[in-house]
Write a protein that binds this ligand. Sequence first.
Ligand code: SAM
Length: 159
Amino acid sequence: MSRLDSFIRRMTAQRDILNHICDGVKYLDGPVIELGLGNGRTYDHLRERFPDRRIIAFDRAVGSHKSSTPQPDNLIIGEIRDTAQTFVGVDAALVHADIGTGYDEKDAVTLTWLPQLAVALLAPQGIVASGLELRHPALEQLPLPASVKPGRYFLYRRV
Ligand code: SAM
């Protein structure tokens, strides 16, 4: 599969997953956390789906389109491993983590801290959608929408 095909499938998986979890998230209080603002595309999708919800986005640098850049109080710049510590206990309804790099060795480093950070940010029963597989005893894997091939994206609920 070409990288273009792979990219298209990842984008489609993201959209389908975010749409899929909308109803579940609406029944939970708490903010939405976007780990990896990037261009701001998934941030914009979340904002459209959750217009009344605080969405806090994290990245090491601002690279988002002007129209998809959060207000300064909801944009946290720096290394997520450090900056997100301030938000531990925020009881997020949803954590969306799109910080995989496609390089196994870099992603392995991220996975030394991301699963426990996601758990610490989430409310009980909160949902995490992640491009990287998260292994943590407090995360129960949820079924993916039928359109998403297993292993392309991961969905969990905090137990
Ligand atoms: N979902 C975004 C979108 O729709 O535009 C794309 C996110 S992009 C794939 C990943 C982003 O995560 C990059 O902008 C990168 O700078 C950021 N990132 C990855 N690891 C990070 C870390 N440890 N701390 C801060 N930012 C990180």
